[in-house]
Design a protein around this ligand. Structure first.
Ligand code: SF4
Ligand code: SF4
Length: 239
């Protein structure tokens, strides 16, 4: 039973919620993310999302510790996507990692193909496609020293002449579908294999089948061109 009398999703079968709850508790990262909770609220004070949303990292620690399956399911649908994954909450005196708990919950939501996860991630489909198909999503406009202070003097030189660069080499659209640099074919091959072999590509399938089909085609083509059969895992790993 939920600790909240007005808990939502009471029409969803308890077994369905329990299955997802167990998935998170059985995750090998779980024991490193939750050690108990003092209910001190330090994580809430540190959390940027708590300032802008009806959101509390403390509640995540507490409902997991109390095994409140109904509220877990509510948070899984309504709150996990409000976290910015900054890990400011790791200053917890109990050494909990509420952001880590949320990450495991997000994984479970994506694996289960929850509609709430699909809705939350729809806005990112273009970014997912770009990162996974090209290995980067950095566009020319993003080359600003303030964004990348650790990239050294080249970024400053490019940023200072960005207008000239853009006039000389206009990006394809005003939204800059161009990339700031090409990721080498070898690196993209490695990335494709990692995404395929770790099951990340299948996760995308559960969230957005259209993007999955395009990505699979892009990846298989490059792998085929390089003599790899993506379904032949053992040989690829040996290589
Ligand atoms: S900082 Fe840690 S102990 Fe305090 S409320 Fe948050 S999770 Fe619980
Ligand atoms: S990781 Fe999430 S829960 Fe933790 S402080 Fe950042 S936004 Fe808040």
């Amino acid at each position: 039973m939920s600790i909240y009398t007005d808990a939502k999703y009471m029409d969803v079968p308890y077994e369905e919620k329990l299955k997802l709850f167990k998935e998170v508790k059985d995750d090998m990262r779980y024991d490193h993310n939750l050690y108990g909770c003092y209910e001190c609220g330090i994580c809430v004070a540190a959390c940027p999302s708590a300032r802008f949303y009806d959101f509390s990292p403390r509640v995540f620690a507490q409902i997991m510790a109390r095994e409140d399956v109904d509220t877990f399911y509510e948070l899984l649908n309504d709150n996990v996507w409000d976290c910015s994954q900054c890990y400011s909450c790791t200053r917890c005196p109990r050494q909990n990692n509420p952001g880590g708990i949320i990450l495991m919950m997000r994984d479970a939501a994506v694996r289960a193909g929850l509609q709430s996860a699909k809705d939350a991630l729809r806005a990112y489909s273009r970014i997912i496609y770009k990162v996974m198909s090209t290995g980067t999503q950095v566009a020319p406009d993003m080359l600003q020293p303030d964004f990348f202070p650790d990239w050294g003097t080249d970024v400053k030189a490019v940023a200072e002449n960005l207008d000239v660069w853009r006039r000389a080499i206009p990006p394809e659209t005003l939204h800059t579908t161009e990339l700031a640099w090409d990721v080498s074919e070898k690196t993209r091959l490695e990335l494709y294999m990692i995404w395929k072999l770790t099951g990340n590509l299948e996760l995308i399938e559960g969230i957005d089948e259209g993007i999955y089909m395009i990505l699979e085609e892009v990846m298989e083509e490059l792998l085929d061109d390089n003599g790899y059969d993506i379904d032949d895992f053992e040989n690829i790993l040996e290589d």
